[in-house]
Design a protein around this ligand. Structure first.
Ligand SMILES: Cc1cc2nc3c(=O)[nH]c(=O)nc-3n(C[C@H](O)[C@H](O)[C@H](O)COP(=O)(O)O)c2cc1C
Length: 392
């Protein structure tokens, strides 16, 4: 067992707690509150796909912030499945060993340690966002970032001007399904207690689901059942390697929001099938498939994806996680209270304020004495609150 600090995430009386701060058990794991740090790629690995000091301090900091569950960024299941040269991976044992330290430190701070698995598919071999986010080309190769072959269900590029993917053969599909399973096996050995399979945002799994990117005529394409086959094969393979007492989240783009694309009705059908294969939580995101309308450019309102989580939860009975522009404690608490979602994931708000969950507890009147904070911080903050006038 790990020696943890006093668990800063569980406050004394959970019966009287605001819904956002009630624990929730999934399989044998009790998540101490409903706030989850959503996976966030850092594009800061040193070519070897291994976490370094940046990842360690970034994730430890977020665990100190009081979330019940902290997911790592997406970990590529094979080198070809990275998006950039600087992504993390889980395709070898050295990566597993390095990730053990990350999992241990998240748990030591009182959060459940989670990890996400990805294959970037046709969105692989790209520049970092701040380098332009285009397919890697000769100029990138000249500065040491060689492009590599990208793969997908069909020869349809992700964006105009991006690399055309090589359609995967059945053998290659089986190899990638197995890579997901091996990634899960390594993450369990690394000590993670929750898994998230990235089936959203236009990456490989999503590109098999959508009729806009999957033009195959074999059993992995065609009708809805064919297009879902790859996602479901991965769910089965991962579930068989991942310990039965630990939960699996599956991230979906609930809608493509493009004419002729994947719909919320399709998501409900897929969620039921995933539930039947032992997936515990549907993580409800959206979009990311087609011509770019990304986070960086789209204007949306608070909790714009919550209706997807609400519908999936109501129609399938499977637990959900809502994500996307959830910024205020009151809103986050209300969507749990109203039964619209089980978990609330935050990403950019946690970059803005890594202590967001602790601030939310304060704001909801759940932790007026700063007892959920690590002693080294809370002792001082409680005294300051008593003696200093509020900042106007
Ligand atoms: C820096 C950054 C990196 C991200 N990387 C991932 C990732 O690795 N996997 C993933 O599923 N989503 C990723 N996302 C999407 C977030 O997990 C989240 O779904 C999205 O940012 C919307 O939530 P927000 O409004 O709270 O930021 C990333 C987002 C950001 C801002």
């Amino acid at each position: 067992m790990l020696a943890t600090t006093s668990n800063p995430h569980t406050l004394q009386d959970s019966a009287a707690a605001p819904p956002l701060f009630t624990p929730l058990r999934v399989r044998s794991i009790e998540v101490p509150n409903r706030i989850v740090i959503s996976p966030m790629q850092q594009y800061r690995a040193d070519r070897d796909g291994k976490p370094n000091h940046w990842h360690q301090s970034h994730l430890t900091k977020l665990a100190v912030g009081g979330a019940g569950l902290v997911f790592t960024e997406a970990l590529a299941v094979e080198a070809q499945g990275r998006a950039t040269h600087s992504d993390l991976g889980i395709w070898n044992d050295e990566q597993m060993e390095a990730l053990k330290v990350v999992a241990e430190e998240i748990a030591r701070q009182g959060a459940v340690a989670g990890a996400q698995l990805i294959h970037a598919g046709r969105k692989a071999s790209v520049q970092k966002p701040w380098d332009g986010y285009q397919s890697l080309g000769p100029a990138d190769a000249a500065r040491g970032e060689e492009p590599w072959t990208v793969v997908g269900p069909s020869a349809v590029p992700a964006n105009p001007g991006w690399a055309t993917p090589e359609p995967l053969t059945r053998d290659a599909i089986r190899r990638i399904v197995d890579a997901f399973a091996q990634g899960a096996r390594r993450l369990a050995r690394a000590g993670f207690q929750a898994l998230n399979i990235h089936g959203a945002h236009g990456y490989l799994i999503h590109s098999f689901l959508s009729p806009l990117s999957n033009l195959r005529e074999d059993e992995y394409g065609g009708d809805l059942a064919g297009r879902m086959r790859f996602a479901l094969d991965i769910a089965e393979a991962v579930r068989s390697e991942w310990p039965a007492h630990l939960p699996i989240f599956y991230r979906l783009s609930c809608i493509d929001d493009l004419p002729g694309g994947w719909t919320l009705e399709d998501t409900v059908v897929l969620s039921r099938e995933l539930g039947a294969r032992g997936i515990d939580v549907i993580d409800c995101s959206s979009r990311g498939l087609g011509p770019r309308g990304t986070l960086a450019t789209a204007t949306q309102g608070e909790g714009f994806q919550v209706p997807f989580a609400e519908r999936v939860r109501a129609e399938t009975g499977i637990k959900t996680m809502a994500v996307g522009l959830i910024r205020s404690a009151g809103f986050a608490n209300s969507i749990v209270r109203e039964g619209r979602t089980d978990f609330v994931a935050i990403a950019r708000e946690a970059l803005f304020n890594p202590h967001w969950p602790l601030h939310a507890a304060l704001e909801l009147g759940h932790d007026p004495k700063f007892t959920a904070w690590p002693d080294s911080y809370g002792w001082w903050l409680a005294r300051r609150a008593r003696t200093a006038p509020p900042v106007q």
